[in-house]
Ligand binder design. Structure first.
Ligand SMILES: *Cc1c(COP(=O)(O)O)cnc(C)c1O
Length: 323
């Protein structure tokens, strides 16, 4: 019936597999946020997710489906961000070894967190070349399975479970705003919304400095850009995926952008008003609603707050400089 990489059936199966590994996160509302946006906003708080971001959903779903003869050889991921920690923890919880390839100049706190979650960290020099050859060598030497951050059906379906929980809890929505990098969450969200809330517009939100998904959707082909300079460090991918893009083309209404200044403003809003800590990338969707960047008047709007991993000192510097 469909030639897309995933269907809603895959999201339902994923929800079952990740139960007990990923948290069912709360949905929060705020009359102040509603007044500021002119809409009714439902915030899906993945900043409260295990490892601090939604990525454990896809990671847990992918690891649960490793063929029995591949489990012993473990999994490999290359990431300095939320995917790394998600793979490390999801693997450990399922009794699978993980190796995470990270740049040697990644923040010490991220390297330490990945190790603490049980991942073996292999460092590489990012100025000497990309991580792929390092990861590929591990795959060849150990027979391990490489798990990419977004362009994989099991990852995409797992990420969709966040929006499944959201719609099941609050009912049909008019619009859903999704922070977007490679489009794993966006494609899982779009498939889910189509099934549970037909007619709901699913809109991806990218940093203005890195609008490759917007360019891709508008031009009808995958556009590749240079690594963008933005504080949204979870949305610095250079292009969307071969599997995520067709889903976006079919089911995503639009991609819009937020500036770094708008992200900082939104981080401050969440801390001041709702007493929650959201990382810059996690603020992309909310920035559109709270800044009234598109017309949402009177609509029921789901907003995924994708993560809360930001060093407190960095948070303080960013928000203080803007205050
Ligand atoms: C990975 C990530 C995203 C983007 O997810 P994609 O599936 O790559 O589009 C958004 N926000 C946070 C916090 C992330 O870690």
């Amino acid at each position: 019936m469909t030639d897309l990489a995933i269907s809603y059936t895959d999201v339902v199966a994923a929800a079952d597999r990740i139960t007990g590994i990923a948290n069912r996160t709360p949905v929060m509302t705020s009359t102040t946020a509603d007044a500021q946006s002119g809409a009714r906003l439902f915030f899906k708080c993945e900043n409260f997710q295990r490892t601090g971001a939604f990525k454990i959903r896809g990671a847990a779903n992918a690891i649960a489906q490793l063929p029995a003869d591949r489990r012993a050889a473990g999994v490999v991921a290359f990431s300095s961000g939320n995917h790394a920690q998600a793979i490390a923890l999801a693997a450990r919880l399922q009794g699978v070894a993980s190796v995470i390839v990270m740049p040697q100049d990644a923040p010490a706190s991220k390297i330490a967190a990945t190790r603490a979650y049980g991942g073996e960290v292999v460092l590489y020099d990012r100025y000497a070349g990309p991580a792929d050859p390092v990861a590929n060598r591990l795959v060849e030497e150990r027979g391990a399975t490489l798990l990419p951050p977004f362009d994989h059906p099991h990852i995409m379906a797992g990420q969709g479970t966040a929006v499944k929980e959201l719609i099941e809890e609050v009912g049909p929505l008019d619009v859903i705003l999704i922070p977007t990098s490679g489009g794993g969450l966006l494609s899982g969200a779009a498939v889910t919304a189509q099934a549970l809330s037909p007619g709901c517009r699913v809109i991806g939100v990218e940093p203005e400095a890195g609008n490759d998904a917007q360019q891709s959707l508008r031009s009808g082909r995958i556009v590749r850009i240079d690594a963008p300079r933005t504080i949204a460090d979870g949305a610095q991918s250079r292009c969307v995926g071969q599997l995520t893009f067709p889903v976006m083309q079919r089911l995503v209404s639009d991609i819009v952008t937020a500036t770094d200044a708008e992200l900082v403003e939104t981080m401050g809003f969440f801390a001041r008003t709702m007493k929650i800590l959201v990382e810059p990338t996690g603020c992309l969707g909310a920035a559109i609603a709270l800044g009234r960047k598109i017309d949402l008047a009177g609509q029921r709007v789901g907003v995924v707050l994708t993560g809360g991993n930001v060093d407190l000192s960095r948070f303080a510097t960013l928000v203080h400089a803007a205050a």
